[in-house]
Design a protein around this ligand. Structure first.
Ligand SMILES: *Cc1c(COP(=O)(O)O)cnc(C)c1O
Length: 338
């Protein structure tokens, strides 16, 4: 069995999570009658100190619902140029919301309050109406980089002063929380809406949660139905989510330690030119000779490690629940032998 470091989405439910799923109480969630879904939504809202929450099948759907609810056709959404909402959601902002993107060049996926401030269009009929800012924490293409709360506070201030909504794509927010010793409530206070993924480091087979004010979530529930995301006895999945929120957050520090170990092994290799600073569970490394990511990924695969070539000369490793300490030790040994 290869050591699968392509993504933290490849995890399979553990026996304990499966047990929680199999014993879940369920009902028809489109009727609002699934007790496990209702419990998960209440639990997430409470955790983040937000009014309400909505369970969605994927992080992409959570983000797209949020953008749809925050914008009108012809609006402009401000985000970083490598943001998942912009680059990896199939053109969803244009497709679903009829809005366009102002993509900013950030620092490892993170933008600043000054950049946001300069990107806001004036109230002029020639210009698109700037209505929404979305941040990504941790940043996927930024190599798992995290925002400081101070910078988010500054961005929030710009948004408040200019009547812009602030959405967080928190697909890997729990990684940031444990790495920076921040609390969910601190984020709940700063953002209008937050999406978090349960299907990544949290170890669930599917699922994401969108949180925000009660009136917003009511609207979001309607949009989820329109997008085809209204599910029936989804409580089996919610039970996995509840299990994950109760058991799988603190353990993310182990994934972060594993990512550090991989980076230390890679640092010594001649074929590696540069490694993005490892802050959480993602290791992105750039190769010495431009354009050979596929070749190196192929060699890694032959030796038993699966990585993801994310550009012509960059490979990404992601650590997760299904990568044990023994597997990391083995991966380090394989890298050392290359
Ligand atoms: C994975 C991811 C998403 C969406 O995930 P789904 O695969 O649709 O659940 C959104 N944002 C970021 C930053 C991600 O890494």
């Amino acid at each position: 069995m290869p050591i699968d470091l392509r993504s933290d989405t490849v995890t399979r439910p553990t026996p304990a999570m499966l047990e929680a799923m199999m014993t879940a109480k369920v009902g028809d969630d489109v009727f609002g009658e699934d007790p496990s879904i209702n419990a998960l939504e209440a639990m997430a809202a409470r955790l983040f100190g937000m009014e309400a929450a909505l369970y969605c099948p994927s992080g992409t759907m959570s983000n797209q619902i949020a953008i749809k609810c925050h914008t009108q056709p012809g609006d402009e959404v401000v985000c970083e140029k490598s943001a998942h909402v912009y680059v990896y959601e199939g053109g969803g902002i244009a497709f679903n919301s009829g809005s366009q993107v102002r993509a900013l060049e950030g620092d490892r996926g993170r933008i600043t309050a000054e950049q946001v401030s300069l990107a806001i269009n004036p109230d002029d009929v020639h210009r698109a109406r700037t209505s929404l800012v979305t941040l990504e924490n941790t940043s996927n293409r930024g190599g798992g980089s995290c925002y400081s709360l101070e910078e988010i506070r500054r961005i929030k201030e710009v948004c408040t002063d200019n009547q812009l909504k602030l959405h967080l794509d928190g697909a890997r927010l729990f990684n940031a929380l444990v790495a920076r010793e921040q609390t969910p409530a601190q984020f709940g206070q700063l953002f209008d809406t937050i999406s978090v993924c349960l299907n990544k480091g949290m170890g669930c087979p599917i699922g994401s949660i969108l949180m925000g004010p009660a009136v917003f979530i009511k609207k979001a529930r309607r949009v989820r139905k329109v997008f085809g995301g209204g599910m029936r006895q989804a409580g089996f999945m919610a039970a996995a989510g509840i299990y994950a929120l109760e058991n799988n957050i603190q353990r993310l520090t182990e994934d972060h330690r594993h990512a550090q170990m991989l980076a230390e092994a890679l640092e010594k290799k001649d074929f590696v030119r540069n490694i993005l600073p490892v802050e959480t569970n993602i290791v992105i490394f750039e190769l010495e000779q431009g354009g050979c990511a596929r070749e190196i990924a192929k060699e890694l695969k032959e030796r038993g490690i699966l990585g993801h070539s994310i550009s012509a000369n960059q490979i990404r490793f992601v650590t997760h629940l299904d990568v044990s300490p023994a597997m990391i030790a083995q991966a380090v040994e394989i890298i050392e032998q290359m």
